[in-house]
Design a binder for this molecule. Structure first.
Ligand code: SAH
Length: 348
């Protein structure tokens, strides 16, 4: 028997699994059965796969891992947001969030243990970067949340790559996981219900435009010009504000899709008249959505969240300038599950 080069079966795309099965003398249709068990029926081992011959199940169990993540902790916020702390095989910890809402149920996924980008408002980068997550480690987060969502009566409907880490810094594993999420034989969530958020890794924005998949792109902008973004986001020294905006214009042109910009509201820093004026200039001619994210407190930083009035005034200002902006209401703050509050260590 050919030894597989992957150890976790969830690292296989559908086609790769077919290829593997054929290589060991099995029929390729077994891939559909196995995919259905894993991604649709939620099997956590090969045992329940009763329509797969027992001998093949045994072979698969010997060759591959198929098991749940170890759950270290599960915290449920007053607003129903549920945060999982997973303990991976090498004891790296990552967090995943289930966000129930009236019209949708969303998972927020982590792609790395830690983060190397060190944004000066985000908890995820404080301990630095440890390693990339594999495709299987990413997709298994979805399998857990899918199972959990069933308890809320509303099936998992939306996916956001806005947990710990920078998806574009782990591009291949992230893309492979997206394809499994999107694949009708896999988790089967429409591409338009999948959003990836990046801190602005320009070459990968270009690469995504060429992938031919219609997922939503969100850009963590947060600064209103080059100088302010340099201070808040060190990545801006490598991929400066103006180049980023230019890359976004190109992406919109090439894909005919809109981009969502995420913009953090920090009192006296990003939520000012000067900032609104500067954004007006930068966004001339760009049709986009802007999500204004009130700063969620992280103890290591001494930023302040603006008052509701200040945030609304800022939003109105942007709208006067023709920038469609909404203020995102924070979810799960009481269990530190809101944007920017996730971290990879257990010490929070
Ligand atoms: N690395 C990717 C994915 C993380 S997404 C990215 O940077 O886009 C998480 C979102 O929450 C990002 O927009 C991030 O900038 C934002 N965020 C980080 N810290 C925050 C905080 N303290 N308050 C509010 N939003 C924060």
């Amino acid at each position: 028997m050919i030894q597989p080069s992957v150890k976790d079966i969830r690292d296989f795309s559908f086609e790769e699994l077919q290829e593997y099965l054929t290589s060991i003398g099995e029929k390729s249709f077994r891939a559909s059965q196995i995919f259905e068990w894993i991604y649709q029926k939620g099997a956590w081992s090969f045992d329940p796969m009763t329509n797969v011959p027992e001998i093949l199940r045994q072979k698969l169990a010997q060759a591959f891992i198929l098991k749940p993540h170890k759950i270290d902790r599960k915290e449920i916020s007053q607003d129903g947001t549920t945060k999982f702390l997973f303990d991976l095989d090498d004891h790296q910890k990552v967090e995943t969030v289930l966000i129930p809402a009236a019209t949708r149920t969303t998972i927020c996924i982590s792609t790395q243990a830690g983060c190397k980008f060190g944004c000066r408002f985000c908890a995820s980068g404080i301990g630095g970067w440890i390693r990339n997550l594999s495709c299987a480690e990413i997709i298994t987060q979805v399998l857990h949340v899918k199972e959990e969502a069933l308890k809320h009566d509303n099936p998992l409907s939306h996916v956001v790559f806005m947990g710990i880490g920078e998806p574009f810094d782990n591009f291949d594993n992230f893309m492979k996981a997206i394809r499994l999420i999107n694949d009708q034989r896999g988790i089967n969530i429409g591409a338009r219900r999948i959003t990836v958020s990046t801190c602005g890794v320009i070459p990968k924005i270009k690469q995504l435009a060429n992938e031919g998949i219609q997922i939503e792109l969100a850009i963590s902008l947060h600064g209103y010009d080059n100088a302010s973004r340099n201070i808040l986001m060190p990545v801006n020294r490598k991929y400066p504000f103006d180049d980023l905006i230019a890359a976004c214009r190109e992406y919109i042109q090439a894909t005919k899709r809109q981009i969502t910009f995420e913009y953090i509201l920090i009192k006296d820093v990003t939520c000012t008249d000067k900032a609104a004026e500067s954004l007006k200039k930068a966004f001339r001619g760009i049709i986009c959505k802007m999500n204004l994210i009130p700063y969620n407190p992280v103890s290591e930083f001494d930023h302040k969240t603006p008052s509701t009035q200040e945030m609304q005034a800022f939003r109105n200002r942007l709208e006067q300038f023709g920038i469609l902006a909404t203020i995102r209401s924070p979810r799960g703050r009481d269990v530190a599950a809101a944007c920017g509050q996730l971290r990879h260590a257990t010490s929070n």
